[in-house]
Design a protein around this ligand. Structure first.
Ligand SMILES: [Mn+2]
Length: 424
């Protein structure tokens, strides 16, 4: 799909400059006692999963403006994910959304294998009604007042596990839109009890080597109360369900100014951090591209992850969750994956022994300066070298544009219609 000769030619044109930049950075880092090769190895070992739904143009509740050559189904989406991984070498897995991505598991497996991809956590969907659905989720799903509706939502989640098992996934992420729009509309306590009971039924069907992730979100689509509204509730859920239940932190699902890196540290302490949905935001759950608004916050999240990376049992599912409204989704996902990888490498650069020394002396100014020294380091040559060595592209977006991939697939993919809201 992306001609190997094109990648090679584009890399060849940039290789001498990269080598010079890499050597210069290596020399600078060596003066700080840092081995650049160790960092490049860490960059090469880092992966983040692509959300299948992110490959199509997203939208708001006002409108959706699709571009040319949008994927028409899961096989097209997997092709696009294959392109992103081919060019970045940093996105080896795809996270599926059911029922949007429903297909013959054997075909899914075959296609993924062909593209060198695997599958990350499965995502259930009980926040909208499907055409063949018997009972509506208008007033909730896993926490609905009606037992039969709850049961329908439970069965959907069990089906997601079944499909996931057939394609080699090992986790299920549950996010629900349940909540209320009016004070008094629902019993805050009984609604949560119903949710817990339903989650216990799903947990009972979880295979022994699987995990279930509880994803919280402060508001939307419910605007007065949300059943799983914050990390405290998510932690309660994970603790009540059992060892294989953990919390998933979506960076956009918090109140403004919440200290997310502290939540990360607390959940790791509790053995309950399961994974991330990376994105960025300015005002709310904006689903903007990772690292575009608050790159320092992304760095601080990774700073906690790196500081605590030797915590026994820590096994994180890194996934992107974004909505691309004004860009080519493939380009946004390429850049986002690189930005997440960048934050990881920058956090790996923190001089932890020195930082500990300043902490011990209560030297707040120098402790903060130690973090900033890592954050300010331009690690692009490390990321580019990791890509080059993996056979990916030194400059992935340039190669993607030169490849003409989007125009080519537009010939065989029927034009997608605009239509109404497309929040994902
Ligand atoms: Mn999410």
């Amino acid at each position: 799909m992306i001609d190997a000769n094109l990648i090679e030619a584009e890399n060849a044109a940039r290789q001498a400059d990269l080598a010079a930049d890499y050597d210069a950075l290596g020399a600078r880092l060596a003066r700080r006692g840092v081995d650049i090769e160790a960092l490049t190895a860490r960059a090469a070992g880092f992966g983040v999963a692509i959300p299948s739904w992110g490959t199509g143009t997203g939208g708001t509740r006002f409108a959706r403006f699709p571009g040319e050559g949008e994927p028409t189904g899961i096989m097209d989406k997997l092709d696009d994910c294959g392109v992103i991984h081919r060019l970045t070498g940093a996105t080896p897995r795809v996270s599926l959304h059911i029922p949007w991505d429903k297909a013959d598991p054997a075909l899914l497996r075959e296609k993924a294998e062909e593209l060198g991809l695997g599958f990350d956590a499965m995502n259930s969907n009980t926040f909208q009604d499907q055409p063949d659905q018997v009972r509506s989720y208008k007033f909730g799903s896993l926490s609905h007042t009606d037992a039969a509706t709850r049961q329908q939502a439970i069965e959907h989640n069990l089906e997601c596990i079944e499909i996931g098992q057939a394609i080699g996934s090992k986790a299920l992420t549950v996010w629900i839109g349940d909540g209320s729009n009016f004070p008094g509309q629902t019993s805050l306590s009984r609604q949560f009890e119903r949710y817990l009971d339903a989650m216990k039924a799903i947990y009972a069907g979880l295979p022994g080597d699987w995990r279930i992730f509880s994803e919280h979100k402060i508001y939307e689509p419910a605007f007065y109360s949300t059943v799983v509204q914050d990390w405290g509730t998510s932690l309660m859920i994970a603790q009540e369900l059992g060892d294989r239940a953990q919390c998933l932190v979506d960076l956009g699902h918090h109140a403004p100014n919440v200290n997310i890196e502290m939540i990360v540290a607390r959940l790791i302490r509790a053995g309950k951090l399961g994974g991330f949905h990376f994105n960025d935001s300015k005002y709310g759950d904006d689903d903007l591209d990772s690292g575009t608004i608050e790159p320092f916050r992304l760095f601080l999240v990774f700073n906690e992850l790196v500081e605590l990376e030797d915590t026994p049992g820590l096994n994180l599912a890194h996934m992107i969750d974004q909505s691309h409204n004004v860009t080519d989704p493939i380009e946004s996902l390429i850049v986002s994956a690189c930005e997440i990888q960048r934050a990881y490498v920058q956090a790996s650069l923190v001089d932890r022994a020195t930082l500990e020394g300043y902490r011990g002396e209560n030297d707040a100014l120098m402790a903060a300066a130690t973090l900033r020294a890592a954050f300010r380091t331009d690690v692009e040559p490390i990321l580019a070298m990791a890509r080059l060595r993996a056979g990916a592209a030194i400059d992935p977006v340039s190669v993607y544009r030169a490849s003409g991939y989007r125009a080519r697939v537009a010939l065989s993919r029927p034009k997608s219609t605009g239509g109404g809201g497309g929040i994902v």
